[in-house]
Design a protein around this ligand. Structure first.
Ligand code: NAD
Length: 270
């Protein structure tokens, strides 16, 4: 029996990368998975096919196990509210929200257009809060708790020059995670985050297929390699499950040691 058997889950940004891997992993764990996409349904078609493949290869799965593609730009209040209504109507309730959708627009800070800054904060932080608020409204109303897991980053705590809006959004996500965890702990609602390091996903296309750039990235990671999206999805599954029933307000860094000050691998001062 999977750890998320019968749980109703919404994954934002499920059309690629870590979100896609989470949708697949959660289906493997027995969950009903609502897969959010931003624009057109085709965006999430591959994820839906992968989720259905899990189901069809699992002898225990039944026709009652559901998957649901659901549209919303997570930065848009009306679209987010409509998405939650659709998920709750279709599944009957929601147990787990995964705030995964995220973008980055790198520029030197002195050259940053405010529209780009607002877009990154709008998706990564405002969007995460908007979705969390809708999930919390549902969790509070039904009175039986719930789980939120945010996709943060090592840049929650490691500053990243030329990615100020991204770093600021992930720093804010730490506070979002802790504040909501404290505010709702007494109502059986847990709020945690995963802080990935470098992961092989489309957001990193700048270095993934460039051997020289990839080697440079790997040289900074104590474990010497980036993570797969599946390795990160496994941490989400743990935090969403009852195995993490006494954990709230935490970020688990799944980063191959990036948060350990790698420059100190060799002692260079007394
Ligand atoms: P990705 O680009 O493959 O995934 C981002 C997803 O978010 C896509 O599915 C995209 O369609 C969706 N999205 C973007 N804007 C949206 C919006 N307005 N509304 C709804 N969905 C939207 O990259 P990824 O690496 O899988 O990123 C997923 C999350 O992981 C992000 O929050 C990112 O910050 C975080 N993260 C990634 C890494 C990494 O190295 N890949 C490291 C740390 C944190």
């Amino acid at each position: 029996m999977g750890r998320l058997e019968g749980k109703n889950v919404l994954v934002t940004g499920a059309s690629s990368g870590i979100g896609q891997a989470i949708a697949v992993r959660f289906a493997q764990e027995g969950a009903n998975v609502a897969m959010n996409y931003r624009g057109e349904p085709q965006e999430v078609q591959q994820t839906q096919e992968m989720v259905r493949k899990v189901r069809s290869s699992d002898a225990r799965s039944s026709a009652s196990v559901k998957d649901l593609p659901v549209q919303a730009d997570v930065s848009q209040e009306v679209q987010v509210q409509k998405m939650f209504r659709q998920v709750i109507e279709s599944f009957g309730s929601l147990d787990v929200l995964i705030n995964n959708a995220g973008i980055q627009i790198p520029t030197p800070s002195h050259e940053t257009e405010m529209a780009d800054f607002d877009r990154v904060l709008g998706v990564n932080l405002r969007g995460a809060f908007l979705c969390a608020r809708e999930a919390l409204r549902h969790f509070v109303a039904r009175g039986t708790g719930g789980v939120i897991v945010n996709n943060s980053s090592v840049h929650e705590i490691i500053s990243k020059p030329t990615y100020a809006s991204y770093s600021i959004s992930k720093g804010g996500m730490e506070n979002l995670t802790k504040t909501l965890a404290l505010e709702y702990a007494g109502r059986g609602i847990r709020v945690n985050a995963v802080g990935p390091g470098a992961v092989v996903t489309p957001i990193n296309k700048a270095w993934i297929d460039n051997p020289k750039a990839r080697e440079e990235v790997c040289s900074h990671i104590p474990m010497g390699r980036p993570a797969s999206a599946e390795e990160i999805a496994a941490v989400f599954a743990f935090l969403a499950s009852d195995d993490a029933s006494y954990i709230t307000g935490q970020t688990i860094f799944a980063c191959g040691g990036l948060t350990l000050y790698p420059e100190f691998r060799e002692p260079w001062s007394s």
